[in-house]
Design a protein around this ligand. Structure first.
Ligand code: ZN
Length: 259
């Protein structure tokens, strides 16, 4: 209920009360009392509605995100971290801490479900870490723990995620670095490079000779690669062995004799 509606309603209630007071002496006392009781009841409902609305409104207004808190309320931020640490201690065991290095697994294998349920259903109860705090602080503390735990889980899943290599190997992502230094993989890479090189050489041999004309072999000037150089040398050698002259044809159309 807005303040405006509230004031208007109060005005109407006051007016009704005035009317009742005015006619009080002309009506039976029972009727007057029934009227006053009804007014009192409306007044009480109005007050309750207003209080609830205000309480909800101010609770939402004072609710901040963890980022906002980290930025402008160091004490509150510390309170959240400390609470998160206490809850981790409570749920994951006494050698656990929210401050522990991110590579350290807070949840041990097999306990994931148990810890997850405890966090999801965490309820402030007398004696536990979350008992004497505000809902906002508790919320952020639980969120912090969740994000830390899921980070671990995500990290673990990344390590065991199956990957495959072109060489045919298939295994967990965590073994990838070791795999690429593996002899079988290296052999495959070498064979693959050799195969690609042979293919490029065959292509270069196919296109190196542009045409032949009465004792002259016209060679295309190819984009310089080890394979195109081999193909060019081979073509020159073959032409000279046959007693032919060699002319280079450049990409821009100019020609030059092979000296
Ligand atoms: Zn491989």
């Amino acid at each position: 209920m807005t303040t405006q509606t509230n004031d208007a309603l109060q005005k109407e209630l006051d007016l009704l009360m005035d009317v009742l007071e005015e006619v009080k002496d002309n009506i039976p006392e029972g009727q007057y009392l029934r009227g006053m009781n009804a007014l009192g009841s409306i007044h009480k409902q109005k007050r309750n509605t207003t209080t609830t609305t205000n309480r909800l409104g101010s609770a939402l207004e004072s609710w901040k995100t963890l980022d906002e808190i980290e930025e402008d309320d160091e004490d509150l931020y510390d309170e959240i971290i400390e609470l998160a640490d206490d809850i981790v201690f409570e749920i994951c065991g006494e050698d656990s801490s929210i401050y522990s290095d991110s590579s350290y697994n807070l949840v041990h294998r097999g306990q994931e479900k148990d810890v997850f349920d405890k966090l999801i259903n965490y309820k402030p109860e007398r004696g536990n870490a979350g008992y004497e705090t505000t809902p906002m602080v508790l919320h952020h503390a639980i969120q912090l723990i969740m994000s830390r735990l899921f980070d671990d889980t995500f990290h673990e899943l990344e390590i065991v995620r199956p990957v495959s290599c072109q060489c045919g190997w298939r295994g967990p992502q965590g073994n990838w670095d070791r795999h690429i230094t593996n002899v079988r993989h290296q052999r495959w890479i070498n064979a693959e490079n050799e195969r690609k090189s042979q293919k490029r050489l065959a292509e270069a041999r196919e296109i190196i000779i542009a045409r032949r004309e009465s004792g002259i072999v016209f060679l295309n000037e190819l984009h310089s690669t080890p394979e195109s150089k081999i193909a060019t040398v081979e073509a020159i050698h073959a032409a000279e062995s046959a007693g032919d002259r060699v002319v280079f044809m450049c990409a821009d159309g100019t020609m030059s004799w092979f000296a």
